[in-house]
Design a protein around this ligand. Structure first.
Ligand code: AMP
Length: 608
C-alpha cells in the first residue's frame, strides 16, 4: 500500500492532508490518484459515497489545474445542493495551500447573481448541480468552453433524478479533448450508456464489486406484520440507546408522518423531504449534524449527499421501489472506516425483495427478531449503568451533598443503587411488560427455528467499544467455548455489552468458562439474561392484545403542552425539524443520546 507521497501528490496537497489527519490513502484513492495524475484519460470508477472518492478526483484535479489562471478548468457535477456544498468544502480544505485557488459552488435555491459574481472573479473549479448549471450556461453567466477536467459524481443518482438531458446539454458546451471522470455507486444501464456516449477508452476501477455494499456494514431484517411497522421502529430505537440514524421512507407523506409520530412519542427526530423549503432542510441537517436529532426520517431523494460520517444505523422503514437504491441507503452508514448496521423492517409480502437485495449487494442478511420488552429494558438499564459508571463527578454537586446524605442516612449502598436504578427501570419495565412481541413467523425460514424454551440467553459485558460486531463476537465465543458453527446464535452487540443465545444444555459450560476469564486485561462477565431471547421470528406471543396499552396513548395535557412549546417557534420554518424541545431540561441533556435518561420515553405519565 502506497503513502500519499508515493502516489505522487505535491507538497501543498501533502501539507493539507497532514492537517486533515488522513494517514493512508483509501482504496479508491490508491487506484485513481496515480492514474489521473499521470495520464490524460477518462475514468469510470465504481465507488460508494464514504470511500474517499472526493479526494480521489479532487487531489489530481487540484494538482493539475493552473491556479495562476482565472479560467475555469474543472467542472464537477453532483446531484444535490448538499453534495455540491460538501464537495466544494472538501476541495477548499484539500487546496488550502494552493495559493490563488478559487472553488465556487453553483446550485439552485440561492441567488444566481451572487453565484455569477463569484464565478466572474475567476473560478478555476466550479462544482454544480445540473439544473442551475444549465441555467447559468444559457444566461452566459459561466464559461465552460475551456475546461480540461469534468467529473460526474454520483452519476447513477443524477440519472435517477432525471438529469440526463441536462448533463448532455452541459457537456455539449465543453471541449472534446477534456478528460471525464465518472463516479458512481452502481452501474445501471443508463450510467453505462452515459459512459459510452461521453467517454473514450476510460480506465475502469472498482472499489469492492459493482453495486456491492461496503464490508463495514452488516445487514439485518426484521419480519413484522405491516400494521406493526411503526411499533417495530420504536423498539429498534429503544433497543439501541446510542442510535444516530437515518430512517428511510418511500414517500414524502410517510416521511413527514413517521417523523411527526416519533416526535409525538418523545424521540428526537426530524423529517427531510422535498416538500420542505431549502431553509427548513438546512435547519434539519444542522440539527442532525449537531446530534440534536437522533433519527432523521428521509426520502431517498432528500437524503442524497448526506455527508455525516458517524451514522450508526440506517433503518429501512419501507424498502425502496428500486432495489438498487438500497445500496445508497446502506452506504450512509459504515463511512470513513467505521462500522454500521442497515436494518430493514419487512412484511411477509416483501420478503422476496430481501433475496434480490442479497444478490445485488453480495451480502447475506441476518434475520433478527424485534427486541422484546424485556430485552429493551435490560439494554436501557445497562446503558444507563454504564453511563453513570463513566460519568465524571462535577464539583458543583458538592454543596448539595449534605442534604442528600442526610436524606439517605439510613439507606445502605445496595438499597440506594436499587432505588436509583428502579426510577428508570420501572419506567421501561412498566411500559413494556404488557406489550406483545412483534415478530411474525416466516414459514420459509428454518435457520432460526429453535424453540425458545430450549435456549438460554446471556448478557456479556463486552460490546462495540471493545471492537466487536456480531460476527466477531460470534467467532470469539465459538472459539473460546469450542462450539460448533450454529451453537451460538442471536448475537446482539450493543455499545458496551451484548447478548447471545446457546442451547440450554450448554449453559453450564458457558457460565463455567466465564467465571474467571479475562479479555485484553479485563474480566469478562457473562450472566443469564432475564430475556429468554425469542426465537423463530416471534413464535412466543405472551401478553397478546388483551389489556395492551397503546403506545401512543398519551395524556392529553402533555400533548397540549408540547404543542404550545412548538407553537412558540415559526412552524413553517421548522416543519422538518419538529423535534421535541423540553426547555426545562439542562442544556447538556438535550443532545445526550441516552434514550433512558435523556428523553421521557416511555413517558413517566404513562405510569399509572
Ligand atoms: P467521500 O467518500 O469523499 O464522501 O469521503 C468520506 C469521508 O472520508 C470524508 O469526511 C473525507 O474527509 C474522509 N476521507 C477521505 N479520504 C480519507 C483518508 N484517506 N483517510 C481518512 N479519511 C478520509
Amino acid at each position: 500500500m502506497s503513502t500519499f507521497q508515493e502516489l505522487g501528490l505535491n507538497e501543498d496537497l501533502l501539507n493539507a492532508i497532514t492537517d486533515m489527519g488522513f494517514i493512508t490513502p483509501s482504496d479508491v484513492q490508491q487506484q485513481a490518484i496515480p492514474l489521473l495524475l499521470n495520464e490524460e484519460r477518462d475514468l469510470v470508477a465504481l465507488a460508494q459515497t464514504g470511500t474517499g472518492k472526493t479526494a480521489a478526483f479532487g487531489f489530481p484535479m487540484l494538482q493539475k489545474i493552473d491556479v495562476d489562471s482565472r479560467t475555469t478548468q474543472g467542472l464537477i457535477l453532483s446531484p444535490t445542493r448538499e453534495l455540491c456544498l460538501q464537495i466544494t468544502n472538501e476541495l477548499k480544505q484539500y487546496g488550502k495551500y494552493c495559493n490563488g485557488l478559487n472553488v465556487v459552488a453553483i446550485y439552485g435555491g440561492a441567488s444566481i447573481t451572487d453565484q455569477a459574481k463569484q464565478v466572474k472573479r475567476g473560478a478555476q473549479i466550479v462544482v454544480a448541480t445540473p439544473g442551475r448549471m444549465k441555467d447559468m450556461i444559457s444566461r452566459k453567466m459561466v464559461d465552460i468552453s475551456k475546461i480540461q477536467y469534468s467529473v460526474l459524481d454520483e452519476a447513477d443518482e443524477m440519472l435517477n433524478m432525471g438529469f440526463y438531458e441536462d448533463i448532455t446539454d452541459i457537456l455539449s458546451h465543453t471541449p472534446d479533448d477534456k478528460s471525464t471522470w465518472l463516479f458512481s455507486a452502481t452501474m445501471p444501464r443508463e450510467v453505462a450508456s452515459i459512459a459510452k456516449k461521453f467517454m473514450y477508452d476510460p480506465f475502469e476501477i472498482t472499489v469492492g464489486n459493482k453495486n456491492e455494499s461496503t464490508n463495514n456494514v452488516s445487514h439485518e431484517y426484521y419480519l413484522v406484520n405491516a400494521r406493526d411497522r411503526y411499533q417495530a421502529l420504536k423498539r429498534l430505537a429503544d433497543a439501541n440507546p446510542d442510535i444516530f440514524s437515518v430512517v428511510f421512507c418511500r414517500t414524502k407523506r410517510d416521511t413527514q408522518k413517521v417523523a411527526e409520530n416519533l416526535i409525538e412519542s418523545g424521540y428526537s427526530a426530524g423529517a427531510l423531504h422535498g416538500d420542505l423549503s431549502q431553509n427548513q432542510r438546512d435547519l434539519v441537517m444542522k440539527s442532525f449534524r449537531n446530534k440534536q436529532i437522533q433519527m432523521l426520517v428521509a426520502t431517498d431523494v432528500a437524503a442524497r449527499g448526506i455527508d455525516v460520517d458517524d451514522i450508526t444505523h440506517v433503518i429501512n422503514y419501507q424498502l425502496p421501489d428500486e432495489i438498487e437504491t438500497y445500496t445508497h441507503r446502506s452506504g450512509r452508514t459504515g463511512r470513513a472506516g467505521k462500522t454500521g448496521v442497515s436494518m430493514v423492517i419487512v412484511s411477509k409480502s416483501e420478503l422476496r425483495k430481501i433475496k434480490s437485495i442479497e444478490r445485488i449487494i453480495k451480502k447475506q442478511f441476518e434475520k433478527k427478531d424485534i427486541p422484546s420488552g424485556t430485552e429493551i429494558t435490560e439494554v436501557q438499564l445497562m446503558s444507563l449503568a454504564n453511563k453513570i459508571h463513566n460519568t465524571e463527578i462535577g464539583h458543583e454537586i458538592d454543596k448539595y451533598l449534605d442534604s442528600i446524605n442526610e436524606l439517605f442516612e439510613d439507606t445502605s449502598k445496595e438499597d440506594l443503587i436499587k432505588k436509583f436504578f428502579s426510577v428508570e427501570f420501572n419506567r421501561f419495565h412498566n411500559y413494556y411488560q404488557k406489550s406483545k412481541d412483534l415478530g411474525v413467523v416466516d414459514s420459509r425460514d428454518t435457520s432460526e427455528g429453535r424453540v425458545s424454551s430450549n435456549d438460554t440467553r446471556y448478557f456479556i459485558n463486552v460490546g462495540r467499544k471493545d471492537g466487536f460486531d456480531w460476527m466477531k463476537l460470534k467467532d470469539f465465543l465459538k472459539e473460546k467455548l469450542e462450539l460448533g458453527r450454529d451453537d451460538v446464535f442471536k448475537v446482539d452487540v450493543k455499545e458496551s455489552f451484548s447478548f447471545f443465545n446457546t442451547e440450554k444444555e450448554m449453559q453450564e459450560k458457558v457460565l463455567a468458562f466465564f467465571t474467571d476469564f479475562k479479555h485484553e486485561g479485563r474480566f469478562v462477565n457473562v450472566e443469564v439474561s432475564e430475556n429468554k431471547g425469542r426465537s423463530g421470528g416471534g413464535r412466543r406471543r405472551d401478553g397478546g392484545g388483551r389489556g395492551k396499552r397503546r403506545f401512543d396513548d398519551k395524556p392529553r395535557g402533555e400533548r397540549r403542552s408540547r404543542r404550545s412549546n412548538d407553537g412558540d417557534r415559526n412552524r413553517d420554518d421548522n416543519r422538518g425539524d419538529r423535534r421535541r424541545r423540553s426547555d426545562d431540561k439542562p442544556r447538556g441533556r438535550r443532545s445526550e443520546k441516552s434514550n433512558f435518561s435523556g428523553s421521557d420515553r416511555p413517558r413517566r405519565s404513562r405510569r399509572k
